[in-house]
Write a protein that binds this ligand. Structure first.
Ligand SMILES: *Cc1c(COP(=O)(O)O)cnc(C)c1O
Length: 356
């Protein structure tokens, strides 16, 4: 009885780790990273700034300056509480751990972000999902019926959704918040590309609504910094689950510094949105390809043979994300992260060859 399988929880044994494909030598368009580096001048100033950080000290767990910068950058009202995470992935985990009473259920919509289910399983919550419609629209009647039947402790909604890229109607999300007996978390990871669509103005007006944001998709994925904002009674509990020094001093200092210069990142986000439109038009010229509308920094498309298109791209040096086989609604779908103009041109040319 000294084997891991005899002791590790069965549901963990059955879980597959979050999949990250090897990308060495490939054009990396699989993970919704901002393709742009910092301008050299900003990078050098940042280096000097970080050299002054006291790495012998633990971080200030309340991070007041960083929270103030985030509030300002994301227009978060003063009355709302904020909790920081090592990426928003850690926020998902904190919330799930805090709500994992025996028999508590997490509800999500599918297809959506894989970490919702993984965090539920790891925390010991039950997990249930309502399928989106075949065009990835939110099925509000089915979702409200599932809420009435399952009485979920926690409901996750990505706004815009990943991997489909669409933005659900605001009124439908609010109807879910009204109907849900437990907490509803709206995950706005793709806010920088959503044309301003956000539920931030609703937070604080509903007792069970919490908003999650991240700096990852804005161009700082490597820092690992996410945040939750919402009513004090919920966030005070999540703060007890948070490990005391979860955001390290270098990430906090770098984020503070860069949020003060956020026009650099915001210009990059605008360039990505313009490129998304070019990528969408390019996909529309390819015969047999169905491209879905996106409010994010990626585009989901269905190909006559998705796995063959994926392999054809990889053989031509381009890595995207293959969703074929992960959910029936995603048959033959690939998710293409928007890259630089040059990368997108290469992607479109390689696709034309791979499926031609
Ligand atoms: C990428 C992504 C995140 C992860 O964000 P991190 O802050 O990098 O952990 C969260 N939610 C959704 C929907 C995402 O697609």
């Amino acid at each position: 009885m000294k084997a891991a399988a005899d002791w590790v929880r069965e549901e963990i044994g059955a879980l597959a780790a979050y999949h990250v494909a090897p990308a060495a030598g490939l054009v990396k368009l699989d993970a919704m990273e901002n393709p742009y580096r910092l301008p050299e001048r900003v990078a050098e100033e940042l280096g000097r700034h970080l050299a002054g950080v006291a790495m012998n000290r633990y971080p200030d767990p309340q991070a007041p300056r960083l929270k103030a910068r985030l509030r300002e950058a994301m227009a978060i009202p003063d009355g709302l509480e904020m909790v920081l995470g090592n990426g928003s992935d850690e926020i998902l985990q904190m919330i799930a751990v805090a709500l994992a009473r025996p028999d508590a259920t997490m509800l999500s919509l599918e297809p959506s972000f894989a970490m919702y289910r993984i965090s539920a399983v790891c925390a010991g919550m039950k997990y249930a999902a309502v399928d989106l419609a075949p065009d990835f629209a939110l099925d509000l009647p089915a979702t409200l019926a599932a809420i009435a039947r399952l009485r979920p402790a926690l409901t996750w909604i990505a706004y815009p959704n990943n991997p489909t890229g669409n933005l659900f109607p605001r009124e439908s999300v609010l109807a879910i918040v009204e109907a849900a007996p437990g907490l509803v978390v709206v995950d706005e990871a793709y806010y920088p590309f959503s044309g301003g669509a956000s539920l931030v103005s609703e937070v604080g007006r509903h007792p069970n609504l919490v908003l999650v944001r991240t700096v990852s998709k804005l161009g700082l994925a490597g820092l690992r910094l996410g945040l939750a904002v919402g009513p004090r009674d919920w966030l005070g509990e999540f703060d007890k689950v948070r490990l005391p020094y979860n955001v390290n001093v270098l990430s906090a200092a770098a984020a503070e510094f860069l949020l003060e210069r956020r026009e650099v990142l915001e210009d990059q986000a605008r360039a990505i949105v313009r490129e998304r439109e070019r990528l969408e038009s390019g996909l529309d010229t390819l015969a047999g390809v169905r491209r879905f509308p996106s409010a994010a920094n990626f585009v989901l498309a269905r190909f006559p043979d998705g796995p063959a298109a994926f392999e054809g791209l990889r053989a031509r040096g381009i890595l995207v994300r293959n969703f074929h086989g992960s959910h029936p609604l995603l048959d033959h779908c690939l998710r293409l992260t928007v890259g630089t103009p040059d990368e997108n041109a290469r992607l479109l040319a390689a696709l034309a060859q791979a499926i031609g």
